[in-house]
Design a protein around this ligand. Structure first.
Ligand SMILES: [Zn+2]
Ligand SMILES: [Zn+2]
Length: 318
């Protein structure tokens, strides 16, 4: 399967400013002063050699992650603003072919996780069937409310696709062909749910908007079990550890350090730092990634954990 990230920012979409783009161009040109970049392939090689925060950006859309399998059903986690470019990509691949089935698994109903739904074009195409899987009773209410007048010009009841809400208790396995998915309750304002997906012997955990209390041993064991030997864990790393356990305790989010410790305990293979703090710029997020990799090496001598910092466009193939 292939995991593709369409929205990786926490709480609210963030775009680069003109000043930030300009600073990246200046930094790149300064590094090229003594290089003879007189051919396109030399330019490409130079750009590829730049660090990520200079040549790219961690991106600004809110939570939306696509899982591609050999099956025809579309599988998506959350409907943050990343759902809009995801819809564009799906429609570009399909042309006007409709009658598609979409399975959307919701972590929770905070605005940053549902705001992309009214811009997810497949909902306007007749013949499409969209299942919204959630452990929250109020899922349908939340989706309808954000499209109600005067907040949005198209009412939910005018959508052309068939949209079906499916409530699941945590632990219940949702079977989509050979794909199996189940939820685990997490600590967050109004509750959130992580999802664990398995397909052809590979597993992915999507665990965002989840606070972890380091002193709670039972909770730690439950998450170690939930992450057990996962190939990829997508983890809410919005804050630094210091913030997560001091000024921002009880704000419902976690840190890179807790993600590393849980992944080590669970023997997970890859950790993806996700739901980036909107205040953090690219340099800060790159620094957090570097510190995370350093910490993982210090934490365990035979460290095998691969750590990524999610960005809009990141793809991980399993
Ligand atoms: Zn969020
Ligand atoms: Zn939230």
């Amino acid at each position: 399967m292939k995991i593709r990230f369409w929205g990786t920012r926490g709480s609210i979409p963030c775009s680069l400013t003109a000043t930030e783009v300009r600073a990246k161009i200046i930094a790149a040109l300064q590094g090229a002063k003594d290089l003879n970049l007189d051919q396109d392939d030399k330019i490409l090689a130079y750009v590829d050699s730049l660090d990520f925060q200079t040549q790219g950006s961690f991106g600004g859309h809110t939570s939306c992650v696509q899982v591609k399998t050999a099956q025809k059903e579309h599988i998506i986690f959350d409907m943050g603003s990343g759902a809009r470019p995801l819809a564009g990509s799906i429609l570009a691949e399909q042309g006007k072919q409709t009658a598609q089935t979409y399975h959307i698994f919701m972590s929770h109903l905070h605005w940053d996780h549902i705001m992309g739904f009214p811009f997810f074009t497949p909902v306007y195409l007749p013949g499409n069937h969209i299942f919204i899987h959630s452990c929250h009773d109020e899922a349908e209410f939340a989706f309808r409310r954000q499209m109600a007048s005067p907040s949005f010009p198209v009412d939910f009841s005018d959508l052309e696709a068939k949209v079906e809400f499916c409530w699941h208790p945590p632990g219940e396995v949702v079977q989509i062909g050979d794909v199996e998915v189940y939820a685990k309750k997490q600590l967050h304002s109004g509750d959130s749910y992580g999802w664990r997906l398995s397909y052809q012997g590979k597993s992915l955990v999507y665990s965002t908007d989840s606070e972890h209390k380091i002193e709670d041993i039972a909770e730690r064991e439950a998450f170690t079990e939930f992450f057990k030997a996962a190939d990829v864990v997508i983890f809410d790393a919005m804050y630094s550890l210091t913030d997560a356990i001091s000024v921002k305790a009880d704000w419902g989010h976690s840190s890179n350090i807790l993600g590393i410790e849980l992944c080590h305990a669970a023997a997970a293979k890859q950790l993806v730092l996700f739901h980036h703090e909107p205040v953090h710029n690219d340099a800060k997020i790159a620094k957090i990634l570097q510190q995370s990799q350093d910490y993982a090496r210090l934490y365990s001598e035979d460290n095998q954990l691969i750590i990524h910092s999610a960005y809009d466009g990141l793809e991980i193939e399993l």
